[in-house]
Design a protein around this ligand. Structure first.
Ligand code: URP
Ligand code: ZN
Ligand code: ZN
Ligand code: ZN
Length: 511
């Protein structure tokens, strides 16, 4: 056989083009994009007729929490590497990047990475990379970053400006930013002011306001905008070190990001479906039901949703990730209900584990909303993630001879499934979906990972195997030539920084 798999009658979409091509796949790679019809009679082991449906690079979800210890006490996030990646392929995602969490009492990052490899190895249905999650940036951790980047294939890490168990001081953030600049590592920042939200939480509790909806009151938009602004300021202090603001929900934060980008600063941003589809009203339900939508930052309002969609269309947000971090609802041992006690029948919002399941619904829900062009959809759900996290063009593209044959094929207009979502349709290990009952117009019909059909919705569903997913060693980010621009700025120079600070102070005084 000339090909292992041929896809005919597809409308191929990449981040830059839409065109009808037949796709020939050989040895796990895209081998050829041929004029439509040309491969209809080619010699191939397997043939898929896309019937006019879209064929695009598989989804890349670069913000996924699997088997992570809960910051709220008992247990860990609900999905394992097995169930989480199974859910990913059923929703058209072929590569995830999850987190390898370092605990505050641990000094090594390599140990955290190795521990997470043990959880993932042999368990995954899709390909996977890892970000470090740094909570203790001491000398040992910092000294390991070179090896982590150059040998372990980890070119990004995440830090927190909130959560007592993880929060870093500005001092520690500067230490991380400088080390990341030297090693060309992208710093992902969870920007919420932890001290402010702890203070507001105590005030709400003093007034006996415990219900899930008060999670939203404890985290008003200004607290996200303030931390976002501070993160951008700290990045500029370290000679414009690239950062990515994760899970941005607030238009105020978005405008600040946009402004920094306009000034040429290497500030990237991510948003998530929860900020496109959920609002504060979803937290404001009778009893404890609102806990199903408790995540941080919290869902905002409808006007805010519109501005977040706009930020995706106009490029303020480079990536749309799931921030999949589920906790079971009806589980008093390790799930959302751990905070319900005799004295607190509606729980205490401050103890509700934060995070929701979204790994499987990210692509179908966003695609179905059709609020952006289909090329833009591929850009923010796949291609930009590949570029930002050092996987392009092996991932996130359809370049013959170069790109892995990771593809998602959608139903054509004439065969759209028109789904009303129920949790039973999903493949995660969670007992609810925050999108329960929503109308979803289309769904991935096939998911293909390195040339192998792993999801066939009409014939067997999950047809891939646990363990077929491989670890992806990642390289330096290429999105917007970000590190070339950093190199142009030259070495980080502390004397220059002090000199500039003096000038800035003088200017401030003159004003
Ligand atoms: O609520 C959220 N987002 N939980 C997941 C952890 C994080 O901050 O990303
Ligand atoms: Zn976060
Ligand atoms: Zn997260
Ligand atoms: Zn309907």
């Amino acid at each position: 056989h000339e090909y292992d798999l041929v896809i005919t009658n597809g409308v191929c979409v990449t981040a830059s083009d839409i065109a009808t091509y037949d796709v020939g796949i050989k040895d796990k790679k895209i081998a050829i994009l041929a004029p439509s019809g040309m491969l209809a009679n080619a010699s191939t082991k397997k043939l898929i007729d896309a019937e006019g449906g879209f064929v695009m690079p598989g989804g890349i979800d670069c913000h996924v929490h699997l088997q992570e210890p809960s910051m709220f006490g008992k247990g860990s996030s609900a999905d394992s590497y097995e169930s989480g990646t199974r859910s990913a392929i059923a929703g058209g995602t072929t590569t995830i990047v999850s987190f390898a969490p370092q605990q505050k009492h641990e000094d090594s990052l390599l140990a955290a990475l190795n521990a997470t490899h043990k959880l993932a190895s042999g368990s995954c249905y899709c390909d996977y990379g890892m970000h470090l999650l740094v909570s203790n940036p001491g000398p040992k951790a910092i000294s390991e970053l070179k090896q982590i980047k150059e040998e372990e294939g980890v070119s990004s890490l995440k830090i927190y400006m909130t959560y007592t168990a993880l929060q870093l001081s500005d001092y520690q953030i500067l230490t991380i930013l400088l080390a990341c600049r030297e090693n060309k590592i992208i710093t992902m920042i969870h920007a919420e002011n932890g001290d402010v939200l702890n203070w507001l939480t105590d005030k709400l509790e003093e007034k006996k306001l415990f219900a899930p909806k008060y999670h939203s009151n404890s985290r008003p938009p200004i607290l996200e905008a303030e931390a976002t602004n501070r993160a951008i300021a700290l990045s500029s202090l370290i000679n414009n070190t690239p950062i990515l603001l994760v899970h941005v929900s607030d238009p105020g934060a978005t405008f600040r990001i946009r402004e920094a980008q306009t000034h040429g600063q290497p500030i990237f941003a991510e948003t998530c479906p929860q900020y496109l589809f959920l609002t504060r009203d979803d937290l404001d339900k009778p009893g404890f039901e609102g806990a199903k939508c408790v995540c941080s930052p919290p869902p905002r309002n409808e006007a805010d949703q519109k501005l977040i969609w706009k930020g995706l269309r106009n490029g303020t947000f480079s990536v749309l990730s799931s921030d999949h971090c589920p906790f079971r609802f009806d589980d008093a041992e390790t799930g959302k209900k751990t905070c319900i006690t005799h004295e607190h029948p509606v729980g205490r919002f401050k103890y509700i584990p934060n995070g929701i399941p979204m790994i499987e619904t990210r692509l179908p829900a966003t695609f179905s909303a059709s609020n952006m062009t289909v090329t833009k959809f591929v850009e923010v759900t796949s291609t930009n993630a590949a570029k930002l996290y050092g996987m392009y063009p092996r991932k996130g593209a359809m370049i013959p001879g170069v790109s892995d044959a990771d593809l998602v094929i959608w139903y054509p207009e004439s065969k759209k499934p028109n789904i009303h979502l129920t949790n039973e349709m999903l493949h995660h290990d969670v007992d609810y979906s925050p999108l329960e009952g929503r109308h979803i117009a289309n769904w991935p019909r096939y998911t293909i990972l390195r040339g192998k059909v792993v999801w066939d919705r009409d014939n067997g569903g999950i047809v891939g195997e646990k363990g077929y997913g491989q670890f992806v060693k990642r390289e330096t980010a290429t999105l917007n030539n970000v590190w070339e621009r950093v190199e142009e700025e030259g070495e980080f120079d502390l004397e220059m920084l002090v000199y500039l600070a003096v000038i800035i102070l003088q200017v401030a005084r003159v004003r």
